[in-house]
Design a protein around this ligand. Sequence first.
Ligand SMILES: [Zn+2]
Length: 450
Amino acid sequence: MDNGEFQYVDAHFGQFVDELRKAVQKPSIAAQNVGMGEMAEHFRQMMESYGISARIIPTKGYPCVYGEVKGKSDKTVLFYDHYDVQPPDPLDEWVSPPFSGEIRDGKIFARGVSDNKGHACSRIQAIGTLLRLRGELPLTVKFLIEGEEEIGSPNLSAFIQENADLLRADYGVWESGYMGRGEIPGMYLGVKGILYVELETRGAPSDMHSGAASSVPNPAWRLVWALSTIKDENERILIPGFYDDVLDPTDTELELLRAQGDSQRDDRRASIGVKSPLLELSGLDLRVRSLFSPTANICGFRAGYLGEGQKTVLPSKALVKMDFRLVPNQDPADILAKLKKHLAGKGFDDVIVRLVSMDYPVKTTADHPVVEAAAKAAKLVYGKSPSIAPTQGGSGPMHPFRKYLNLPLVSFGVGYWASNNHGPNENIRLVDYRNGIKMVMAFIDNLAAV
Ligand SMILES: [Zn+2]
């Protein structure tokens, strides 16, 4: 990395920020079909303006934007981002309007500035800058910017399958990364999978006087009993075969978690107001459990009367929504089959199980060269080693990248611990934005040298 190239970023940073503001001032809310085509076109034009050849490719839903620069080498890195954003509600909690891109206290505030337009823009600007300064990139770079991430990426898998030759790459960069509370740049290498289901039980055709409770079955109790067979009080999930495919952390992954230290999570626990974590775990045990243990979580429970005061009623049905966060190598389809079989085996074949959504867990091994290239770039730009999480608690549409492109993926970016994605006053800090551009530039050089 030539130091003059970083100086170029410093000298032109004002323009980069203006460009980012233009991108966040355009609403592009997938859930409400607001501004989607315009935003795709905006990113296409932005890439073209930097000499990245770009086009819009339709899907069954909102289109994808694809960009490509052929480099000196055929070795290829693919950046994945998305141009859609979450709805900005609740509006009255925003200090400045959500699509104003207001800058105050060294931060830029806008819906989508962190999730995910800041990331997309910084990457385009970094690649575009290298191209301007050198005329040629050391390796080939591709961009895939989709428009449906915030609504569950319903067409992404089919898109990747159909365009696998176009998207083929050796390395991948996932959508985002965040500075931690200790000002340590954070990276992550995977996502959990998810199985989201509804369980429903039914009793009498309509709600009844609770005087009938002595003779008419109560579907709410029925559901509670069924649920109690799924997990015990020691947090052990009781579905036969549930843990069969769970991979233990590797030695390298354990080392990464050990290196993280306790402080960030302790802070976080203090700020969420629970006395102690589940099972009284702490330190490394807690970090290992949070990333490598699957969960069975009750998201919501509805039955009978939940209004003011009392209403003595025997409900006619009960409903629970559950998510199972899964870890490599669990298969959500397999877990769904096992759940159904388990309930039937326990005599609960009257419980209706409805699939809402599923996604697969994915992780990249921590000793992969793409991880090393990113970690080295972080050291150069931030002057410290990044905190690398082998995976994360949330889920995301990584699986088709693995399945159809066999892509190793690393995630880093321009957010920070208070970016407040999806919430009011979403923001990034300008200092992180500047460093994020440099980080991508250094990463490209490191990768070319692998
Ligand atoms: Zn999001």
